[in-house]
Design a protein. Structure first.
Length: 235
């Protein structure tokens, strides 16, 4: 009996050790894919440059034509949304265009690929927001808690980047990818607009709207979970 229990214990340790090693390897591969996407985006600069140009042009025109102090929150949400489409859709569509998606699926599951794309897209949007927000802050001549506003904008960016990642594979073979993606995104993004605007308005006044932030994070969790569930059909 003792020998049997010892063998069982030894076998359990081996299984546990091999499982932990496999998880570590998968995590390492996933992080490598995230790094690869970020390096390609930084080197090519096409998506980021287009997104920054669009964001700055939009912010500049709005700052001249309307009372930007009153409407800065809707403008920032709008700019973040369309900049995310320009900057993030390429991370997924690139894999289809270069026909590298099958190579990725050979070493990673569809769920892991989607997870890596969500992470890399979120980091891209946060980097984008970090560039756009100070310039918009100066253009709109705002006075308030900038760092709380920047944090709130990053929270708004999370569900947007998740939604863009979810729908990018569907638009990969469309002629007007960005326009088609924007049309598909609208029903998913629509529930985020009011909480996002409210969160940014209060953040500008130095108040953190916990419930709006919680709603946005939960919504991002739902979209991410949905992307995981349908990833086998998307990729």
């Amino acid at each position: 009996m003792k020998q049997g229990s010892a063998k069982t214990s030894q076998y359990s340790r081996k299984v546990s050790s091999s499982t932990s090693e496999e998880i570590t390897m998968k995590r390492s591969e996933l992080l490598e894919l995230v790094k690869k996407d970020l390096k390609i985006e930084i080197r090519s600069k096409a998506g980021l440059n287009n997104a920054i140009l669009f964001a700055l042009t939009t912010a500049f025109l709005f700052s001249l034509s309307i009372d930007a102090k009153t409407f800065f929150a809707p403008i920032l949400v709008l700019v973040t949304l369309f900049s995310s489409i320009l900057a993030c859709s390429a991370t997924v569509t690139r894999e289809f265009e270069l026909e590298t998606i099958e190579a990725l699926k050979a070493s990673l599951s569809a769920q892991e690929i989607i997870t890596s794309k969500i992470i890399s897209n979120f980091l891209i949007v946060v980097s984008l927001v970090s560039i756009i927000a100070p310039i918009c802050y100066a253009l709109f001549n705002l006075e308030g808690n900038f760092f709380l506003l920047l944090t709130s904008l990053a929270i708004v960016a999370f569900p947007i980047s998740s939604a863009v990642t979810l729908l990018s594979p569907i638009s990969a073979f469309a002629k007007g990818k960005e326009a088609f993606l924007a049309v598909m995104l609208f029903p998913i993004i629509f529930p985020l607009i009011l909480p996002g605007i409210k969160l940014l308005n209060l953040a500008h006044n130095g108040v953190f709207d916990f419930f709006s932030a919680l709603f946005l994070l939960l919504y991002a969790g739902v979209v991410t979970t949905l992307a995981q569930l349908v990833s086998d059909h998307l990729l």
